[in-house]
Write a protein that binds this ligand. Sequence first.
Ligand SMILES: [Zn+2]
Length: 352
Amino acid sequence: MKSYVVNVGIALAICASVATNGVFAQQAPAKRNFEAEINTALRAAKDASEFEFLGTLARVCLLPQSGGEDTSDKPFGYIANPASAPARSTWYADPAKVFDNLYFVGGKVHSSWALTTKEGIILIETLYPYNSEELIIGGMQKLGLDPKNIKYVLISHAHGDHIGGAEMMQTRYGARIVMGGPDWDLVAKYPNRYKTMAPKRDIIATDGMTITLGEMTVTIWLTPGHTPGTLSYTFTVLDRGKPVNVAYSGGTAFNFVNNTPDPGIRNFQTYIESQRHMASKAAATGATVLLSNHSEFDNAANKNRMLAARGNGPHPYEIGADWIQRYFQVMQSCARAAQIRLEQKVVETATR
Ligand SMILES: [Zn+2]
């Protein structure tokens, strides 16, 4: 859809005046109060978040946003010069058994998850090239899991902090790699950027696709917004034998969204619709756990600490269906605030 949302508003105002006057009215369309609209959206995000999703709120409502897709094909600094990779103390975290069949094998900042089944392991995310070996392979070994059993690797999106170990998983263990079509294209388009990380093109995710291994099934949902091929998931884990449904959000920051009204307004719309899509799938599956690929968004690092002291109390990751809806509401409302800013730019440019 090409037309801007703001134009819809103007069109409606014109239609209304046609209806009342029978001709195109001379008067200007009702002026929008952009500041008030932005504040309403920001307030809705803050109210939805409360204290549960402050990291997400900060990232999408408050912190500066990137201007669009990275189009350079230079290798990352840590590939060109491995000595420049961040110090281990900045990323190392202990692995943890989080549910009966779901293990955390991520770091302080980025998460990776191993879903175990009778037929092998589904790995979600592969971190950076410089820490996937220690965190994922080493973490699995510490937890008594054999990395040779990794059968599928799901990559939420083709950024260096999630795709870093994908090539290794494919070549070393023969794992099948699942990624969104547009993100497979990114990997092909920027061979230098993805040096040492790029798996050979394998499974192209589609909306509603299921990956079944043994008794477990992960359902994939296309949620373009952070990258054009971003994937999110729903699946069921077991907590001391009790089934618990998970909504996994695969991309959060406004990365490929552009700061210019075109295509920014449409990109934000795509992002908003993706969050609605995931919210409805989370509701339909009865998800009570929200997982992500950054601790910043799902609090994994803190929750793993709480889990260690759980005793007979509730599972710290199980926050209930209402909170899952609130999570996607935070993302939608922050995106709407940013979208309104671009609509304001359109009007200001037209009236200059
Ligand atoms: Zn990313």
